[in-house]
Design a binder for this molecule. Structure first.
Ligand code: GLU
Length: 384
């Protein structure tokens, strides 16, 4: 590990004021369900960090597993309704476990259950943010999970890695620690290849071949390293570094804050996007797609320009003005952008390929010369 990398990592850890720690079911549960020893160990370390004045937001899975523990006879079932019902049983038990153990350190916890719909509504997003800020102001430790009981498949976050990435924006965190069952990110699967090496630092996650690193196991919404790397990519865009650590290591957080070199560190992008841009890209669902030509792709992707109707080749899906749309280059291989459209799909159908000066003639009025303004555009949208 280079000295500068080590110094950088230690400096961020030493100065972090607000940290989102995500812990997955694979860390929290054993064959018998929720492992209270792990809950105890985590609380012990989190309490110490919290005592130093650091705000902690814990994103914790484990509700379904804790519910299954009670319903031991039906543990094998994996359909959505079963999981939703199991989480309704398990969530209160999970919180009870955290509450009890944190209270030994005189720490107060708060349960925050979120759905994608809560966060994709700007007003509810702001409400959730205000609540979080108030809790943190009281030095409470919010414990966040998806509100599994009411989340329908299409509107699920998919996994708590995706949820945690959105929480980073909600609370304006400056560090993301993702506790997983692996010892970090490896060059290959360490279980199959003994030569596989731990990657200490990913400097540019935007260009890192994360699909290869996960050997094609890229199904989203299933947890696993791919979900963690996608969440890290989003965090990096927001300017937040990620540390992926083994939550099975008994003293993982303590060791990390002491500056020990383990796990994988992922640097943030040098130019962070605004919270608002992040929100519109990752909290809203794209409702259509705009295909653009090579010239427009160069202007948008390389020069940071707005998208003009002239560069649009085709429009698919039905959407209204202000909707979030994917923007792809026809025949190109760039990662898509997403943006808020100034025109509905039917209006775009009439003005595509035309100069901005022709918009008024075609639509009766020209409110905007651009189809998608650069301020409402996120390039290289992750996982969309
Ligand atoms: N919300 C689920 C639970 O508490 C977990 C989802 C995940 O682990 O990604 O069990």
């Amino acid at each position: 590990m280079s000295k500068s990398f080590n110094e950088k990592r230690m400096k961020v850890l030493a100065n972090a004021g607000r940290v989102v720690i995500k812990v997955g079911s694979a860390v929290l549960t054993s064959d018998d369900g929720l492992d209270l020893r792990v809950v105890n160990r985590l609380a012990d370390q989190i309490a110490l960090i919290h005592d130093r004045g650091v705000d902690i937001i814990l994103v914790s899975s484990g509700a379904v597993a804790a519910g299954c523990q009670v319903l031991s006879s039906c543990r094998a079932k994996s359909d959505l309704v079963f999981k939703q019902a199991a989480s309704a049983i398990g969530q209160s038990r999970l919180m009870h476990a955290y509450d009890e153990v944190f209270s030994r350190y005189k720490k107060v916890t708060a349960q925050v259950l979120l759905t994608r719909e809560d966060l994709n509504n700007r007003e509810r997003f702001i409400n959730a943010r205000n609540t979080m800020i108030q809790l943190l102001g009281w030095r409470v430790i919010p414990i966040v999970n998806e509100n599994d009981t009411v989340a329908v498949q299409e509107l699920k976050f998919g996994d708590n890695d995706a949820l945690a990435a959105l929480v980073l924006n909600l609370v304006e965190a400056d560090l993301f620690i993702n506790l997983t069952s692996a010892d970090g990110v490896f060059s290959d699967n360490p279980l199959e290849n003994p030569q596989a090496e731990r990657i200490e630092c990913i400097e540019d996650i935007g260009i890192a071949p994360i699909e290869n690193m996960c050997k094609g196991k890229t199904r989203q919404g299933s947890g696993g390293m791919y979900s963690k790397l996608l969440a890290a990519r989003k965090a990096a865009q927001l300017g937040v570094p990620t540390l992926i650590l083994s939550g099975r290591d008994r003293f993982c957080l303590e060791r990390a804050f002491e500056g020990q070199n383990f796990g994988t560190w992922i640097d943030p992008c040098s130019k962070a996007i605004s919270s608002r841009k992040f929100w519109l890209a990752y909290n809203l669902e794209p409702s259509g797609e705009i295909e653009i030509d090579k010239g427009a792709a160069r202007a948008v992707f390389e020069k940071g320009k707005s998208l003009l109707p002239a560069g649009i080749v085709s429009v698919s899906g039905e959407f209204g003005k202000g909707a979030l749309v994917r923007i792809t280059e026809k025949g190109g291989s760039r990662k898509p952008a997403v943006g808020l459209t100034n025109y509905s799909s039917s209006e775009l159908g009439m003005i595509l390929g035309k100069k901005s000066s022709e918009i008024e003639k075609l639509l009766g009025q020209c409110l905007y010369p651009e189809a998608v303004h650069r301020d409402n555009l996120l390039l290289e949208a992750v996982g969309l």
